[in-house]
Design a protein around this ligand. Structure first.
Ligand code: HXC
Ligand code: NAP
Length: 291
């Protein structure tokens, strides 16, 4: 594993970036790296106490400025208010990282209509609310800007047992590709990252409760035989939110050690065949030539 910080110092200097769900997990990790690269950072979510603690710790670690703003992304007025507070503090906003999400595992037929909606509302509607409010602002100000959405690999494959999340993330992917074209003329780039397994408390408590974490060990699903390191994701996010990726627009970049492809290839299950068996199998397949 190579988890050194990637970009040169001050790569994000002068940029203000808003990270939704920035108080915990991957949002926190990406935000911390943006700060180290010289950005001004706004972190936002529902729990102000969590945000404030994270903001204080981030500022202590990096010496940079962090603003914590309470905002439920499901509520458009709160999103507009969060944008205003960010502008009041830093003068302008250059980047939006739509990272906030909700998820849990369940057979779909066990879900209430409200359970389904609760995930769609956070992930799809929340991303739409933030993107719309920020986009309107940037277009009216004639300001070039950057939207980065965190999806998942099952945004394009679908997945059983997380169907509301799969529907919502699929919608976010459609939003990414649509706006990349429509808002490109305003200098607004829109991209997405599809992470594979990066252990966080938020995701693991809801996707792998109890001993599922051992029984369903994600690293066994990954060709590289390990889960992701937060800095690997932070490097990619910083690149995509920076001007170094200025000609990348409408792209979704997968960072999963090859996980989803391993599940997709029809014969990939042959990985389970022990090396010593291949001589025998070769003989058998060669002898099938004349049949
Ligand atoms: C069935 C459930 C349920 C469960 C909640 N509900 N949990 N139904 N199984 N395990 C139902 C409730 O009964 C209710 O429906 C409805 O869902 C809303 O629940 P609330 O608790 O009122 O919702 P809310 O307070 O808004 O909380 C949202 C939440 C919660 C998603 C349920 O877990 C949350 O706050 N999550 C935020 C963080 C998070 O999820 N992080 C993980 C992201 S990981 P009724 O009908 O009873 O009213 C991720 C990974 C992707 O996305 C891929 C990884 C490899
Ligand atoms: P996490 O720590 O649980 O992060 C989710 C964040 O979303 C929390 O900070 C939460 O804060 C915030 N949030 C939830 N509902 C919100 C709302 N209504 N308004 C505003 N904020 C809200 O989990 P994570 O693993 O870091 O996930 C981060 C992102 O990565 C998500 O988009 C997830 O789908 C994606 N992802 C993760 C993995 C992985 O392996 N971890 C894999 C693929 C994709 P509050 O509770 O304070 O609101």
């Amino acid at each position: 594993m190579y988890n050194q910080p990637m970009l040169k110092d001050d790569s994000l200097k002068g940029k203000t970036i808003v990270v939704t769900g920035g108080g915990t997990g991957l949002g926190r990790a990406m935000g911390t790296y943006f700060l180290k690269l010289g950005a001004n950072l706004v972190i936002t979510s529902r729990k102000l106490e969590v945000l404030q603690k994270t903001a204080d710790e981030m500022a202590a670690e990096t010496g940079a400025k962090v603003l914590a703003v309470q905002c439920d992304v499901r509520d458009y007025e709160q999103v507009e208010n969060m944008l205003q507070k960010s502008i009041e503090k830093f003068g302008k906003v250059d980047g939006l990282l739509n990272n906030a999400a909700g998820n849990f595992i369940s057979p779909t037929e066990r879900l209430s209509a409200n359970a389904f909606s609760s995930i769609i509302d956070i992930v799809l509607k929340g991303t739409v609310n933030c993107t719309l409010a920020f986009g309107k602002h940037w277009i009216s100000q004639k300001q070039a800007a950057n939207v980065l959405n965190i999806v998942t690999t099952y945004a394009f494959t679908g997945s059983a047992y997380v169907v509301p999340s799969a529907c919502a993330k699929g919608g976010v992917l459609a939003l990414t590709r649509s706006l990349a074209v429509e808002w490109g003329k305003y200098g607004i780039r829109t991209n997405a990252i599809a992470p594979g397994p990066f252990p966080t408390k938020g995701a693991w408590d809801r996707l792998l409760p109890g001993d599922l974490a051992e029984k369903f060990d994600f690293k066994n699903r990954v060709p590289l035989k390990r889960v992701g390191d937060n800095q690997e994701l932070a490097n990619l996010a910083a690149f995509l939110i920076s001007d170094f990726s200025s000609y990348i627009n409408g792209e979704v970049i997968t960072i999963d050690g090859g996980e989803w492809l391993q599940g997709a290839g029809q014969m990939n299950g042959l990985e389970a065949i022990p090396t010593e068996m291949w001589d025998m199998l070769e003989q058998m397949t060669r002898s099938a030539k004349g049949s």
